[in-house]
Design a binder for this molecule. Sequence first.
Ligand code: AMP
Length: 197
Amino acid sequence: MTRLLIVGPQGSGKGTQGVRIAEEFGIPVVSTGDVFRANVAAGTPLGQRVKAIIEAGDLVPDSLTSEVVRDRLAQADAAEGFLLDGYPRNLGQVGDLDAFLAERGEQLDAVIVLDVPRAESVHRLTRRAFEQGRTDDTEEVIANRLAIYERETAPILDVFRERGIVDEIDGVGSLDEITERIVGALEARGLSRAAAV
Ligand code: AMP
């Protein structure tokens, strides 16, 4: 059983690396950003509620976000482990996650932090805007999302550092190099594909 969280500023490559690491460990990715985008695209009531918030690069209210994650983690495929991408994103959400994992007698095993210089993040996001046309990848919204990361998300790392579960990974390099660094750090904790099965 492997319960992971991947954290990094927008443009750090956390989405891409999250998918790769989850595959290595045989666990599902739970990405709140993906869930919200899918709901916006399908025009569900949840999507209608969060559309404007996401387009402005602001955070969806904690209660709503935590409910989405709680429901997702209750599905059968997450019983043997999961990789969270983009949640928790502030201290309130850390409290919510801790509470519902505790109900299951669980806790996070490791928090992967992808370190990428700000200029590199902005460069990657601008390129992604061009390639994928994401509506929250405009220059102004990118600046807002990075500011929220610094203000609200960076402080959650101190909580996880105190628990001794943070692995800081250099997020600059080829995709394969970065995946190898992450797998190496997780294996050094005694987490491995074998242990996940
Ligand atoms: P992401 O793909 O992780 O960058 O998420 C895209 C957008 O979804 C964010 O800019 C927020 O508007 C929203 N979102 C994703 N995860 C969360 C979260 N944990 N809390 C609040 N809003 C979120």
